[in-house]
Design a protein around this ligand. Structure first.
Ligand SMILES: Cc1cc2nc3c(=O)[nH]c(=O)nc-3n(C[C@H](O)[C@H](O)[C@H](O)COP(=O)(O)O)c2cc1C
Length: 183
């Protein structure tokens, strides 16, 4: 095999498209796009964040939501990654999003995005946000037999090699099962 080197860069695929929802001190909702994040424990999510309106908000409120970006909302999801709530106070509305307050934390759920993690801030230090997942909720339209059906959600992933968003493909295997054939 002949390899091509790209140097030290944050290149990984797939990256999630996480839409972070927060309220400011006046209860105005904001949303931003974050691709450098992942769940890191049973009730924990870790996201790499620089300085944003979102970080101002989540430090003040101690809470945030993380919704999965979807194919249906790809334009809005990208928009909230391009524009800051610091410059555009009605950014959330301009994105076409509508907010419903989480029952669990002081942060907005985004009506247009069906799956969300509702989180409390555990720490935000050196650009690393660690959140405690207090609840996961999904709109009933994407739930089949008591479980989230990703085919209904149609989440998107981010490709940092080409700055592109992709939809999900076909199911290709069963986790914790298919490998057992080689045991
Ligand atoms: C695809 C994509 C992924 C992004 N991922 C991150 C990220 O992981 N961390 C981060 O700090 N900013 C990330 N950004 C940039 C923020 O979303 C952007 O600066 C946004 O305007 C911040 O909004 P706010 O100031 O209203 O909070 C990303 C943007 C895009 C388009």
């Amino acid at each position: 095999m002949s390899r091509v080197n790209f140097g030290a860069k944050p290149l990984m695929y797939p990256q999630p498209v996480l839409i972070i929802g927060t309220y400011d001190e006046n209860g105005v909702p904001n949303a931003m796009n974050a691709a450098w994040g992942i769940t890191t424990d049973f009730k924990e999510i870790t996201i790499s964040l620089s300085d944003h309106k979102t970080t101002d908000n989540l430090v003040k409120k101690g809470a945030f939501t993380v919704s999965l970006g979807t194919e249906e909302q790809v334009v809005s999801c990208d928009y909230v990654g391009l524009q800051s709530g610091r410059k555009v106070p009605d950014k959330f509305e301009k994105a076409g999003f509508h907010a419903t307050k989480s029952e669990f934390v002081d942060a907005p759920l985004i009506d247009e995005l069906p799956v969300a993690l509702e989180c409390r801030v555990k720490s935000f230090k050196d650009g690393i946000l660690i959140g405690e997942i207090v609840n996961v909720s999904a709109d009933e339209s994407v739930v089949t037999d008591g479980n989230v059906d990703v085919k209904k959600v149609r989440p998107i992933s981010f490709d940092p090699f080409a700055n592109a968003y992709y939809g999900i493909g076909e199911k290709v295997g069963n986790a914790f099962k298919d490998g057992a054939k080689l045991k």
